[in-house]
Design a protein around this ligand. Structure first.
Ligand code: IPE
Ligand code: IPE
Ligand code: MG
Length: 248
């Protein structure tokens, strides 16, 4: 694994997940077509992947297309699919060079053969990298993921009382990955929109009004600094609280 270039933080989230929202409003504010917003968003993503490798983040998971985004007009959906294919074509050599391993989470069922082929090629090309695990959530929905997990578990015929948290986690698309430490949502919306609903049970959240195409390395650093001030208790008490033994 390459040494991080730029690690000024005491506490760095191992896994950052991002709901990349606000491309449409970014474009509208500039009197540009929505597609220009999505293209600017893809450009931003490549910078943020690079920033994560520089900062020593180990996992980056980004919400690129939800199971609900099929409700959008066909030209926007097709435009987005083309942007994903373009991104994979253009970025795979750089991702390979930078030590980034690409993964996909989401249902493959509705995705086109052309997109699946490019995704598969990128995943295969980068599979031995381990500096940053970069996961693209395309046609991803948290509920769909849980339904899929339950179907697999039932098909395997597991007895009810053998099912634990871990059984569920192991059947999710994210099996084997640590849960996100920090989830960032851009654009000012204060909701989860079906993203990593199981995995983010104890994640720290950061909401910013910045539209995704304006999000940058400095804003990411600010988010990481903010994360560093959080006291994660997971329902228990911090070590410091235990030491103080204040039961007042
Ligand atoms: C996020 O930007 C990209 C996707 C959901 C695919 P939006 O297209 O949702 O942008 P807003 O929320 O309309 O501004
Ligand atoms: C969430 O954004 C999905 C992605 C960023 C891919 P949306 O724009 O689809 O979410 P809602 O509809 O505002 O909740
Ligand atoms: Mg949106």
């Amino acid at each position: 694994m390459g040494k991080p270039k730029d690690q000024p933080f005491e506490k760095i989230p191992q896994h950052i997940a991002i709901i990349m929202d606000g491309n449409g409003r970014w474009a509208k504010a500039r009197l540009l077509p929505r597609m220009a917003g999505h293209r600017a968003g893809a450009e931003r993503l490549r910078n943020i992947v690079r920033a994560c490798t520089d900062l020593g983040v180990r996992y980056l998971t980004v919400y690129a297309f939800s199971t609900e985004n099929w409700k959008r007009p066909a030209d926007e959906v097709n435009g987005l699919m083309n942007i994903f294919m373009d991104f994979l074509d253009k970025e795979t050599p750089e991702l390979l060079k930078e030590g980034v391993q690409v993964r996909h989470i989401g249902s493959k069922k509705e995705l086109s053969d052309a997109l699946l082929a490019k995704l598969q090629a990128c995943i295969e090309t980068t599979k031995n990298n381990d500096r940053l695990i970069f996961t693209l959530a395309i046609n991803y929905g948290g509920r769909d993921e849980i339904v899929h997990a339950v179907q697999e578990i039932v098909q395997q015929g597991l007895p009810a009382d053998a099912i634990t948290d871990k059984t569920i986690s192991d059947h999710l698309y994210t099996a084997g990955m640590p849960d996100p430490d920090l989830v960032i949502r851009t654009s000012g919306e204060l909701r989860i929109s079906n993203f990593l609903i199981w995995q983010s049970a104890y994640s720290e959240w950061l909401f910013t009004k910045t539209y995704w195409p304006d999000f940058n390395k400095n804003k990411l650093k600010e988010a990481i600094l903010d994360y560093g001030t959080r006291s994660r208790r997971f329902g228990g008490r911090t070590k410091k609280e235990e030491e103080e033994a204040y039961n007042g």
